[in-house]
Design a protein around this ligand. Structure first.
Ligand code: NDP
Length: 475
């Protein structure tokens, strides 16, 4: 086997300020309370990247008030005029995508190959796509005169910071809403960069406001009485708290929560292709993916063949510097998340599943976890039931399609699933019975702005993306 030479992307393409204020009413402003700062670190090195402001109740108040003031004029603009701003934002994201990709990899730990080739192109595509809808809302199937809801409070997680921002902000603006968005505490930098993109696009002040901080800032924002709509992506636990806290108010809510997707490999599947899909399903973005294919269901007759090919493929995965263009698996986003992955993996081994990772040297500094599979997993094991949100795959087996469907649906979640088979009829028959918002066939983790995304059961409700994604922002 040959060795790869280092292929590092230069981090000098992006300027990171030593400290950031809050983006409210078109300007960066200091937080009302001067003590409110926290540090964001590079999870690959633990180096502090910048100091970021914590928005307290007074700051959230100011941001919601700015969004409210802007709502009247923004919603009154003809759709074609709003579209021009969205197109402009999309083009600026494209133009500055190299800077943004490096920033995202530094703050999140994801490989540059993914931030450059997946996150950033998709983020721009979302703005392009929803720009196209802005002047066609009457023809979207939501009545003759669909109206915006007003001010949208949006809280996003750390796994796809820029992409989740685009999923939230693009449909909200296209439909004439204004926004206050809180990025995750560990990954605020691309949202702050986006604030600058809004300024560059001459977006009217107050249409987009970015408040940084921890969970408490998110709670203050979603509970603010001046908010008309809440859109949340994150853990099921916090989703539940939010649903409880806004029950009985007039606020509209969409929740995109966790998942424990089954990736089902039938005995007639093209095995090499399926193995690529399995790897992409669980090791893409370090497994920090709500729709990750974290439960692999293999038909017994091809079990040995699939496991052998999977292990061979896993041994070629390169774990390390996220800025190296040859890296497949980057750093785990935070010490807390690493701890959670370690704990659940240890429980998997204690409960009797067999753990395997390829030989791989992990860097001494930073937060790392080797790609791991557990075989001999039963449905009762915690690693088969709980979202690990890391590069850890639980492998189960089945004999018949009926058994595969029963096992796939045996989860409190219902976000996504995958089917690998040569037979189109099998794909349709099985997909029809899977209780999952997205079902991929002979592929996995494919995203497109035109395609709705969302879950059943404890994976949340509401759809993002596509024409369906407009509905969440229209009265
Ligand atoms: P959280 O649900 O806590 O975080 C998601 C976002 O919500 C963050 O911006 C967070 O802020 C914010 N938040 C936290 N508490 C509140 C609150 N009470 N009200 C409003 N907003 C709040 O996820 P974690 O980061 O703690 O991850 C924990 C687990 O959740 C993971 O291990 C994974 O299993 C799952 N997860 C699932 C995701 C998905 O896409 N389905 C995404 C992220 C996590 P802050 O970052 O400051 O805490």
């Amino acid at each position: 086997m040959f060795e790869y030479a280092p292929a590092p992307e230069s981090r000098s393409v992006v300027d990171i300020a030593p400290s950031y204020g809050l983006f409210i009413d078109g300007e960066f402003v200091p937080p009302a309370s001067s003590g409110g700062v926290f540090k964001t670190v590079n999870p690959a090195t633990e180096e502090v990247l910048a100091e970021v402001s914590t928005a307290g109740p007074e700051d959230v108040d100011r941001a919601v008030a700015a969004a409210r003031r802007a709502a009247g004029t923004w919603s009154a603009l003809p759709g074609a005029e709003r579209a021009k701003f969205l197109f402009r934002i999309a083009r600026i994201i494209q133009e500055r995508s190299r800077e943004l990709a490096v920033l995202e990899s530094l703050d999140n730990g994801k490989p540059i190959r993914e931030s450059r080739d997946v996150d950033l192109p998709l983020a721009a595509a979302h703005f392009f796509y929803y720009a196209g809808w802005a002047d066609k809302l009457r023809h979207a199937g939501f009545g003759d005169d669909p109206r915006p809801l007003g001010v949208a409070a949006q809280v996003i997680p750390w796994n796809f910071p820029m992409l989740m921002l685009a999923w939230k902000i693009a449909p909200a603006l296209a439909t004439g809403n204004t926004v206050v968005l809180k990025p995750a505490e560990t990954t605020p930098l691309s949202a702050l960069f986006f604030a600058d993109v809004c300024r560059q696009a001459d977006l009217p002040a107050g249409v987009v406001n970015i408040v940084t901080g921890a969970g408490e800032t998110g709670r203050t924002l979603v509970e603010h009485p001046g908010v008309d709509k809440v859109a949340f992506t994150g853990s099921t636990e916090v989703g539940r708290q939010i649903a409880r806290s806004i029950a009985g108010t007039r606020k509209r809510l969409t929740l995109e929560l966790g998942g424990k997707a089954a990736n089902i490999v039938f005995d007639d599947a093209p095995i090499d292709q399926a193995v690529e899909g399995i790897v992409n399903g669980i090791f893409f973005n370090q497994g920090h993916v709500c729709c990750a294919g974290s439960r692999l269901l293999i038909q017994e007759s091809v079990y040995d063949e699939v496991i052998e090919a999977l292990k061979r493929r896993m041994a070629t995965l390169r774990v390390g510097d996220p800025l190296d263009k040859n890296t497949d698996i980057g750093a785990i986003n935070s010490a807390e998340q690493l701890e959670r992955i370690r704990t659940l993996s240890d429980i998997g081994a204690e409960e009797g599943a067999e753990r395997w990772s390829p030989p791989c040297e992990l860097p001494a500094q930073g937060f790392w976890f080797a790609p791991t599979i557990f075989t001999g997993v039963t449905q009762a094991h915690r690693i088969a039931r709980e979202e690990i949100f890391g590069p850890v795959l639980s492998v189960l087996t089945f004999r018949t399609p009926a058994e595969a469907i029963e096992k796939a649906n045996n989860t409190p979640y219902g976000l996504s699933a995958g089917i690998w088979t040569e037979k189109g009829s099998q794909i349709l028959a099985v997909a029809d019975k899977l209780r999952a918002g997205v079902v991929w066939a002979n592929t996995f983790n494919k995203f497109d702005p035109t395609s709705p995304f969302g879950g059943y059961k404890e994976s949340g409700y509401g759809r993002e993306g596509g024409r369906h994604g407009l509905e969440a922002y229209l009265a």
